[in-house]
Structure formats: structure tokens, C-alpha cells
Design a protein around this ligand. Sequence first.
Ligand SMILES: Cc1cc2nc3c(=O)[nH]c(=O)nc-3n(C[C@H](O)[C@H](O)[C@H](O)COP(=O)(O)O)c2cc1C
Length: 369
Amino acid sequence: MKQILFMLSALLFCCCSSDNEVMADEPANVGKTLVVYYSYTGNCRAIVNTLTTQMQADVLEIQPAEKGLKYEANGYELGTQLLNAIKANPNAISSYPAIDPVETSLSDYENIIIVTPLWWSQMAAIMQTYLFQSASEMADKHVAMIVSSHSSGISGVVSDARRLLPEVTWMGDALWINASNHSKRATLIENWLTTLNFAEEETTMDKMFITIGGQTQSVTLVENAATRALVERLKQGPVNVTLSSSGGFEIWGALGFSLPTSNQQITAEAGDVILYNGSNICLFYGSNSWSYTRLGKIDGLNESELRNFLKAGENNISVKLALAKTTAIKDLTPDRSRSGEGSLYSLNGQKVKNPTKGIYVKNGKKIAL
Ligand SMILES: Cc1cc2nc3c(=O)[nH]c(=O)nc-3n(C[C@H](O)[C@H](O)[C@H](O)COP(=O)(O)O)c2cc1C
């Protein structure tokens, strides 16, 4: 009975959604947040259109390879079949419906917002395909999700997302938009964006963030010429380095650029972030005495947590150095067509209507109020 009621009223809901145009000319790879969505009847598309008036983001629409299918025909028969195939064997790509090739590379994005319909209390099969095939590329991303359903609760979709993306860092709770509040989505999205706490993660110049395998830790930087130069370099965007274990006390490797040195004979200890020979970064999980330039210290981890975080003993570890946990400032190019010249944005790219004291981005430049 519940399902029949849902089917009748869902039909009405889908037909009533008229706000369904997407920004087709959205430039790729300019922002640091990517909104990925799938929409069968237009509701998720409308949600994405609303979302992108409130924050700067690139948009990627996932499309099924087979066009013109009626997932809802014959009592939602096809939609149900697709979901059952995934359920029967969720680890095989052959269980997932084919989608059009996706050219957008995720490597330039720090944050992904997934916008997906709910199908029979699960994530729509088409979006599941994209997440299944992108899981490793997404591993170090910060991910948030908006789910659109007619009326069913979204816990099943959240479970699907966690199964499909086991390694990502989830940003807050997923936002549920349903038929009864779809028309109020602007307010719902605005409130939800503030709960993601981007602002709390904004950088100060004495902090850097290190991300390894999906875990991000802050580093308190010391004040010297090397850290000032490093901060300037990181303002241009995150730096990815490949580090390897050495001597049973550190992971280290080339930065790819040089920093000014002020070398001294010191004993580096677990947690220390050190510049070696001007162009190498060393992250310590043990101790060693040498002529080093100190850069800072990883916050809040004990020795065994540091060994885990730094993957002690391993080689070729991908490490990202960044000034912010989320979006880099330089990429917040204002889109004047949508937001008007001179609009203020928070450091994560959210448009700010009533700014209080703090740091904002205006016309692509960081300003303090
Ligand atoms: C195959 C299929 C199954 C669905 N199952 C449910 C459901 O179990 N519960 C529900 O509330 N809505 C269900 N819906 C409705 C969609 O979740 C809802 O209309 C959503 O807003 C669609 O987003 P879209 O317009 O972007 O495709 C289903 C829709 C389809 C096509």
C-alpha cells in the first residue's frame, strides 16, 4: 500500500518539476568543488541548479549509456531489476548499468557533492555505476551528498554511498530533499551548506594540512623564511609529493622546488615536519639528529597514530600538502554571470549575503573585513 501511494504521488511530483535547466556551459576544472549528479525526471537537476547559485562549483552530469529507458514503466520494473543486479553482486562492474564515458578528471577537485535520486530506498543505479568506477580516484576527497526522493527516508542511500566510497572523508550528514519540501530547496541547501563547517576548516597562515590516503591532519608551522615561502607556494594550490620510508624514523622525498634554509643540528622527533637539503620534506614518526630546517609539527597524534598516518615502513606514499582542508582560494573565480560582480564568498566558495568580520573572497582575491 505504501508503495502504491508513493507511485501515484511520485508521478505528480515528477510532472510538477519544471525548474530543470542545467548550466550547460559550465567550464570544466576551474573550481575546486565538483557537483556530480544524475537525474531521471529533473528533480536532482533542479537541486543542482539551486545549489550552484549558492556556491562556486563545476558540474558533472552522469548519463546512462542506454538512452530512452523507462525505469518506472510496469511498476518500476526496470529500475528494480537494475538495483537487484547490483545487490546480487555489488563487487562486479558488470552488475552496474553502463554509463556514458566521463571525461572530467577528479584530480583537480578537493570536494565532491553527489546529488542523486533515491530508487526503492537505494541510490539510483546510474549514480551507483559512477561511484563504483570512481571510488579509487575519490579516495582522498571530501564528499557530501544530497538525496532526492519522493517520500522515502534516505538511510539506504547513505549506506550505498558508504559501501561504494569506503575511503572518502564525509562532510557532515547527507541532505534529504523530498516532494513535500522540494520547493523550499533553496533554504534547505543554504542551511545545509552552513552545517558542512567549511568555515571552521579555513586556513590561517600558521597551518598547513597533510592528506595521506583519505586522512587529513593539520600541521602547526613554525615562523621562518622556509615556511613563509612554503605558504606562498601553497597559495597557488596543493602540492602532491611522493614520499618513502627511510631509516625507521621518517618518510621523506623531493618537494619539487626549493625553500630557503636555516639549517641547524637538531634532533627531529615524532610529528616533526622538516626541510632537508632545501628541497626535500621529511615527516617524522621516530627521531633523528641532523642538520635540518624545521617547518612545523603534525598536530595531535601520538607516536603509534603517526606511524599509521604516515604509513611507516611503506614506499611511494602519495602525500598532499595544502593550506586548507577544503577549497583553495585561487580557484574561487567569481562567475559574474550568476553571482554578480563583487559578490563575497567564504573561503570554501559559498556566497555570503551578510558578511561578518573575517576573511572572504571578492573578485577572485582574498580580502579581510
Ligand atoms: C525506479 C524508481 C524508483 C523510485 N523509488 C522510490 C522510493 O522507493 N521512494 C521514494 O520516495 N521515491 C522513489 N522514487 C522517486 C524518486 O526518488 C524521486 O522522484 C526523485 O526526486 C527523482 O529524482 P530525479 O527527478 O532527479 O530523477 C523512485 C523513482 C524511480 C524512477
